[in-house]
Design a protein around this ligand. Sequence first.
Ligand code: NAP
Ligand code: ZN
Length: 346
Amino acid sequence: MSTVAAYAAPAPKAPLERTTIERRAVGAHDVLIDIKFAGICHSDIHQVNEGWGEGIFPMVPGHEIAGVVAEVGSEVTKYAVGDRVGVGCMVDSCRECEYCLRGLEQYCAKGNIQTYNAVDHNGDVTYGGYSKQIVVDENYVVRIPDALPLDVAAPLLCAGITLYAPLKHWGVAPGKKVAIVGLGGLGHMGVKIARALGAEVTVLSQSLRKKDDGLKLGAHDYRATNDPETFRELAGKFDVIVSTVSAPLDFSAYLSLLRTEGAMVNVGAPEESISVNLFSLIVGRKTLAGSMIGGIAETQEMLDFCAEHGLGAEIELIDADQINVAYDRVQSSDVRYRFVIDTATI
Ligand code: NAP
Ligand code: ZN
């Protein structure tokens, strides 16, 4: 066991404060990582606020972790001290169900072990990346290519893979028309990745406030959803729409933007339920789907793809004592486009 500095929410909805946590001793298959940077995902805020259900407190959030290997267990074969590595949203799974065997560990039949706010197989509560070190089984660690600086790579571990996986699964490629709803942490990576996959990309944002940014990130078009004309002009246009919005949407309106047989994929995870008029699916044989992060091998594939295409996140690097300010700004959609904590300041 080792004692490690961290930032934790002591109770639901409480501001995060500096504390210490215990990390397990490095086991035979474990890697000890010196965390250098940790992204702030909107999911961290949903969980601190118990918006998705009861949480485990104190809670150390953070599942966009980039760092350097400091120690390896006796049986570790994949990593060596000094390697640049990342950890995303899960740190284990059952490893034997059909989904784990297919590289879909995120959909493990017994449930994956989340990086924080979960209980590990050994009974320990998991603590996330807002901390100086983490111990993770080597099979749930990925390699960050040298071409990607660690700070802009950190958000790829959640925001990057959460967009890469559905864009690939729903066949985004040259000739496809894709809309990304919401230009935040996930959305801006969606624009970059969909563009790099060769698609024609439109951003659907609440207003035109961030239009210049959206076009620079690679979007071909940028429309405001507070303008009813947007829904008239773009009716029936898209093969795939990915919503990254953290609040409920009028799904029937967005489904009207799909071509026949198009798919709207929801990665945004609002705290409230939604209702949908099913005729907006029936007419046009449309799909309304969801998608959760991505498997370990696919996360590695995404990092290699991002390195090859020069894609990192657009980040605002903050000191740890700014975490609570950053939470407020994310909740008011005032983020361009991911806050990343410099863990040297913890
Ligand atoms: P974020 O940075 O806050 O981005 C969300 C964006 O949604 C905002 O920038 C805003 O974009 C738009 N938005 C916010 N409130 C809205 C409202 N009331 N109506 C319409 N649009 C609104 O958050 P994020 O970190 O990208 O995460 C987005 C969501 O995805 C969260 O719910 C998060 O928990 C979830 N998530 C899911 C997965 C998964 O595996 N499925 C993984 C990570 C995160 P504009 O200003 O451009 O309108
Ligand atoms: Zn996340």
